[in-house]
Design a protein. Sequence first.
Length: 282
Amino acid sequence: MTKQAFYKRLKSYKIKQNNERILIQLVKKCRDKIGQKLGAKKLYHELKNDIKKQGIKIGRDKFYTFLRNHKLLISRTKNYHTTTNSNHHFYKYKNLITNKTPTRAEQLWVTDITYIKTQKGHSYLALVTDAYSKQIMGYKLDSHMKTSLCIDALKMALKNRKYPNQKLIHHSDRGLQYCNPTYAGFAESNGLKMSMTEKHDPYENAIAERINRTLKYEYGLKTIIKNTKLAQKITKRAVYIYNNLRPHLSLDLYTPKHVHINQNIEYKSYRKNKNNLELLTF
């Protein structure tokens, strides 16, 4: 190797090392802002302009390889805990959304309850999410799983409506809290039409369960938290980031807030078989 070739290779190596240091800093900064579990595709979407400003040329595939080589990829995790008690005698509503997809915001809300571990026992988080925009419309976290927990989450969702004159379906599992006449009566008195899962189909309430998992694994709610009060603070921050900052693959990498206001995407279902889906016309 000539002296000129040696120094040329050395210079190229130093540039590569410097670029990798910059990329690592950008990745860590982005994850500190949006979430430590932010995946490769979303990271690239968020960082591509910053990467370009740094004069670094790297495509999505090479960026993925870079993350893998530096052990910055996120491993997948699963959660099978259930909080649903459908063994009760309250009226169970029919499923109004089987094989149907929403066409606008505030046409279909999905609800669910998930558990949060604390040093003093379990706390519970009730969520109300818009199926079209994936925006969390309302939530409530407390140390109990009473019907009032879900009512409080629904009250927040109703307060946050942007299109209050549109018809709206409320979809949930057949849990005791949602079938309770107090809850169902409150929902119906506010113009919501009740709908519930009928089969043990994981896709029937997939949106709600996916959001539960995202909040837990990306924003620290999966860990054992000191107490309910601290869990409430973490949840408040997590919901804000989720709605306003975090890009979603199913939303063409827009945020839920953006999609809820602009309604400019075609709905993407989580179901594997999407050929038989119909538009929700309610």
